[in-house]
Ligand binder design. Sequence first.
Ligand code: SAH
Length: 257
Amino acid sequence: MKCNPAHSVGALPGGQEEHLDHSQNRNFAVFLTAAMSTETQVDPFAAQRRNMVDWQLRGRGIRDERVLNAMTRVPRHEFVAEELRAQAYDDHPLPIGEEQTVSQPYIVAAMLESLALEPSATVLEIGAGSGYQTAVLAELAQWVFSLERLPGLAESAADRLARLGYRNVTVIVGDGSLGLPEHAPYDAIVVSAAAPKIPRALFDQLREGGRMIIPVGPAYAQELLLVRKQEGRVVSTSLDPCRFVPLVGEQGYPSGW
Ligand code: SAH
């Protein structure tokens, strides 16, 4: 909500201040206070979230308004444990249990911006984790299938997403390095864990012209690859260096690092 009382109750030009109807101004002020306190009651983190979007995302070059709006809407604090809520909008990753982490907001934004998602897109996400990025994807796409290998994380992500009202998401327990062939092809694939190389199964499940974003490399030397399928071939661009947990699976690292 935007509220700038100065615009509504400021001085009129030409010395007409004495004609202002002060009773109306009082009503306006009361209305503003009520609206602001409603916002605070509904979401005490709204201001922190707007700051995160302005400073960490816009300030570092994220330009896609759909991504910026989606990240302004999704309540990131709902995806971390109670004791970490105060840090939910800080500029770093956070633990989500079972030795996994939710990525730093900037990384989520950069990955999703690179996919240039259409609202009609069907997306496959590998590594639901807390469900935070799944929620951002659900704001941007028509349907999101999200695979998570750890049943405990998958269950709490699915519960959280349902409680927050996301209806266009399916969270499935399984080895995401093999993808989800039954719903392929996908317009876009987002992999949130690092693979030794681009898993063949995932590339095969991308539609012609589709995009996949995936961190590739060992524990301390990964790069974020944007992969496009053009005439059936891999066209890849390297974005930022990055650091993700391992993609543990048949076409990932079979037993972690
Ligand atoms: N994007 C998530 C964070 C992902 S952390 C969020 O917003 O919270 C990476 C996740 O990938 C972890 O939850 C991990 O369990 C999962 N993962 C690792 N290997 C996987 C695999 N082969 N299939 C599915 N999920 C996998």
